[in-house]
Design a protein around this ligand. Sequence first.
Ligand SMILES: Cc1cc2nc3c(=O)[nH]c(=O)nc-3n(C[C@H](O)[C@H](O)[C@H](O)COP(=O)(O)OP(=O)(O)OC[C@H]3O[C@@H](n4cnc5c(N)ncnc54)[C@H](O)[C@@H]3O)c2cc1C
Length: 169
Amino acid sequence: MRANQLPVGEVGAASPVALKELPAPTTSGLGTLIKAVVKGASEKLDLTEANIIVAGGRGLKEAANFKLLNDLADVCGATVGASRAVVDAGWVPHTIQVGQTGKTVAPSLYIAVGISGAIQHLAGMSGSKVIVAINKDANAPIFQKATYGIVGDLFEVVPAITQEFKAIL
Ligand SMILES: Cc1cc2nc3c(=O)[nH]c(=O)nc-3n(C[C@H](O)[C@H](O)[C@H](O)COP(=O)(O)OP(=O)(O)OC[C@H]3O[C@@H](n4cnc5c(N)ncnc54)[C@H](O)[C@@H]3O)c2cc1C
């Protein structure tokens, strides 16, 4: 099972699930042996653990404009993700790529900024509980998956949202 892909069920009186404690298997019986867990340098949560993700795509035009997303992420406690297009362009590292050949994520809130919504990207984030898409093209495929869609220029919309969050958080 991939992390955070299944909802946590209620355990009540009527639950058919019986909890049973089992001894941990010995390492010799495991197919995988974890030798070390190395934390990344970032203080931000890893994408797969993040409750809120703000992800950017080619619509950001250039690497420096990821600052807009970092500012938004800072005010709402989010982790920044990216599409493969911008990883391939060398704007951001592969560690933050979401999708078929990146990470599979399922946060409570996924804000897709300037991302078209290619099938390979959707494969990595469509398990998100709430998806907000910001794209200037009303026909972008991401809107098919979005819970809320904002058709507009991200260079106006993202700073406006950041200001709103600053005011209420
Ligand atoms: C085998 C394979 C594996 C792949 N794996 C992945 C993967 O893991 N993850 C992944 O993401 N992709 C993956 N891809 C690539 C995928 O097919 C797309 O090419 C990629 O997701 C496109 O990235 P994008 O949405 O950032 O760029 P684009 O498709 O170029 O979309 C940019 C969007 O920005 C919008 N935009 C432009 N300017 C603005 C503005 N000012 N304001 C608002 N919106 C704007 C445009 O309308 C457009 O919708 C894979 C492809 C293949 C073939």
